[in-house]
Design a binder for this molecule. Sequence first.
Ligand code: NAP
Length: 275
Amino acid sequence: MQNYGIIGYPLSHSFSPVIHNMAFKSLGINAEYSKIEIKEENFERHVLSLKKGNWQGFNITIPYKEKIIPFLDKIDPISEKIGAINTIKVEEDGGWTGFNTDYIGFLKPIQSHIDKIKSCLIIGAGGAARAAVYGLSAKTKIEKMLITNRTIKRGQILVDQIKTFAKINCLFIDLTELKNEKEKVDLIINTTSVGMGAQKDKMPVDPIPFSYKNTIVYDLIYNPVQTQFLKAADSAGLNTINGLPMLIWQAEASFNIWTGKDFTSVLVNQLFKIL
Ligand code: NAP
């Protein structure tokens, strides 16, 4: 029996065990995927004990996508550029190699709009924001990015980092100053956790002042399927995308790294029906 798991805190909202356990079953792989909930104060001790256990791979989620990096033995070059890890493969010799598959999942649902996206507003500067920024800079013709974040320093660090690998006009705007910003953008993305769990009745930012009729409003949250942020955009007649397609496609990319196999179309259809 192979063992896989998701490391994060909290994990009550996570659909990853359902996805991967269904995939293992449908592809006839003898493996189990479990939740490994670790509180911040126990993170280092618990991760070091996992390194000694019988594990073949992990997903890493909120709030550890950046904090896990010092515990890796290798990191693939794109993931190093992104600066956040959501997948670990345990190699034959027990070494941990880190990957980022969030950017692959993030791009899938906007694939058909890619040529039209020239400007965006990104709310948040954590691991998911880093994946979105990399995906947009590598695969679209984006010219302008506005980034806002609760913690100013973290937002500014991300903006400075983008400038090292992409020729994009990239600006940080303090959340409190955003109300003075009137620019309309092609894509607005919520990469924060505001809208889920205890914050499910909140919006990180009102998307309407930044939108025009063709703006796509994308929330990476998948539980609930329609956040307050998406409800507001939907009520204004805007094109909205939730985090469910990203969740499924990043999971498939992780699964492929671990097993060399893709999800079948039957499995993907089943996942979209049950999640
Ligand atoms: P992370 O690295 O911990 O970053 C969290 C982000 O949310 C930071 O920008 C943080 O701001 C912000 N934030 C948290 N609480 C806030 C609050 N009360 N007010 C304002 N901002 C707040 O986490 P992550 O891995 O990037 O994940 C972020 C979200 O994306 C989660 O909801 C996660 O479920 C979702 N996600 C979805 C998928 C998918 O497949 N659909 C994949 C990855 C992530 P500070 O810097 O100020 O702390």
